[in-house]
Design a protein around this ligand. Structure first.
Ligand code: NAD
Length: 433
């Protein structure tokens, strides 16, 4: 099938590459010329495990190309995916300007029947707005389909190639058949393609992300209660996670959720509810708990040092909002570093993939270290902000020598309390008093 993907970021690049991997002819479009040039040279512009190999193969074999020429892409493809940003607008609602501006342009460009697919996360009712924006100028038949994306950064290729489910929102029989044919190779093992109307598909995506964020805020509140009562959140996680109705995943206490999706999507769903005069109480609590959780961890660090952080040298391991990605959008580490700098700390950081993205934010205000141990040389204490695999079993003897205060603040609960105590560390984690 002939496909174009407009917007070649985390979602667009993974989707386009994975569509090419099953034999489709794919053109990815972006406005960022340097990104397009690099991708055409088979240079991966994001860190995503497994993506580079697929990119090389599919560009090499001529199934995948990148361009800034929208008109060319539209003329040469039948299915057009929109994988454009939908960042939070001023009032928390998703900013639809990228999607709707593009829809208007597409209306002027399409010369024959096209299926236009919203892959961006968009509020309920957007398919109608996109249809109207295209129809303003279009002289030919087209269908708009809502096909929200559920991939997780860090395992995005695997998620795309073997999705738990594919959600297709359309009331057009013709578009439904085309989309079914396109996705069939990805669900050979029997996972479902769930067909529904456009509005339900749009809301499904927000419901999924908001539910997952709720799980995180819930376990964080349990962890805070553990700190007060002497219970251990690790035990509680095991105690409740084995119940099928609850499930083992997304029950890890920490310094709050971040990333480009949960914060903005929970906020946008709350905004949608407000637009319909519905008070979605749980969502407000989820956001409040998350904001408090990020703050609470820093407060604990400050209290440990009785408010005297000025002049302290601090190492931070992990900058990305989660492991196996270079994405730093809304990463808890950023707020932590900002707070440390405001208190007058000197900060050195290490992250296996995300340091280049952070350079643009802090510049020379912090030290970027070439290795995790260089970051900890001659510092007073260490903070673990992202649970990258490489941080899980560090050389504690080395750390004991380099951390002047022999103190570790573990924002992801990745170390064994008893082991660190035996080794003589002052160790602080979350919900494990
Ligand atoms: P991104 O910022 O990584 O990528 C967006 C891309 O669109 C950028 O490369 C940008 O240059 C390009 N772009 C902007 N305007 C353009 C235009 N007019 N023409 C062509 N290209 C243009 O964003 P993302 O993380 O891939 O997210 C895209 C959408 O997918 C969002 O709605 C997001 O909520 C949703 N989503 C993201 C994830 C995720 O894990 N990142 C997962 C599921 C859904």
């Amino acid at each position: 099938m002939k496909i174009s993907v407009i917007g070649t970021g985390y979602v667009g690049l993974v989707s386009g590459t994975c569509f090419a991997e099953t034999g489709n002819q794919v053109i990815c479009v972006d406005i960022d010329e340097s990104k397009v040039e690099r991708l055409n040279r088979k240079e991966c512009t994001i860190y995503e495990p497994g993506l580079e190999v697929l990119l090389e193969r599919n560009v090499g074999q001529g199934r995948l190309s990148f361009t800034t020429d929208l008109e060319y892409a539209v003329a040469n493809t039948d299915i057009i995916f929109l994988a454009l940003p939908t960042p939070p607008g001023g009032d928390g609602a998703a900013d639809l300007s990228y999607v709707l501006d593009m829809a208007e342009k597409l209306g002027t460009l399409i010369q024959d029947y096209k299926v236009i697919v919203d892959k961006s996360t968009v509020p309920v009712g957007t398919a109608d707005l996109v249809t109207a924006a295209i129809a303003k100028n279009a002289k030919v038949e087209f269908d708009v389909v809502s096909n929200p994306e559920f991939l997780k950064e860090g395992v995005a290729v695997e998620d795309f190639m073997k999705p738990d489910r594919v959600v297709i929102g359309t009331t057009s029989e013709k578009a439904m058949k085309i989309m079914e044919r396109l996705y069939k190779p990805y669900v050979m093992s029997g996972n479902p393609i769930v067909f529904m109307d456009e509005r339900s598909a749009e809301l499904t995506k927000y419901a999924a992300n908001s539910f997952l964020a709720t799980k995180i805020s819930f376990i964080n509140e349990i962890a805070n209660l553990c700190d007060l009562t002497g219970a251990n959140v690790d035990m509680i996680r095991k105690g409740i996670g084995t119940d099928d109705r609850i499930g083992k995943r997304f029950l890890f206490a920490g310094i709050g959720y971040g990333g480009s999706c949960f914060p903005k999507d929970v906020q946008a769903l709350e905004r949608t509810a407000k637009d319909y005069n519905y008070d979605f109480k749980i969502l407000n609590a989820v956001m409040d708990v998350n904001a408090a959780q990020k703050h609470m961890f820093f407060k604990r660090i400050k209290e440990t040092y009785e408010g005297k952080l000025a002049g302290k040298k601090v190492a931070v391991w992990g900058l990305a909002f989660k492991p196996n990605t270079d994405d730093i959008r809304e990463a808890p580490a950023l707020e932590l570093i900002t707070n440390l700098l405001a208190e007058g700390c000197e900060v050195s950081v290490y992250d296996p993939e995300a340091m280049d993205n952070v350079r643009g934010i802090f510049g020379d205000k912090i030290t970027f270290s070439k290795s995790m141990y260089l970051a900890t040389e001659n510092v007073d204490f260490l903070i673990v902000a992202t649970e990258w695999g490489v941080f899980r079993t560090p050389d504690f003897e080395k750390l004991a020598k380099t951390l002047k205060d022999k103190t570790i603040f573990d924002g992801r609960n990745i170390y064994e309390k008893d082991q660190l105590k035996e080794l003589g560390f002052n160790y602080y984690s979350i919900g494990r008093p």
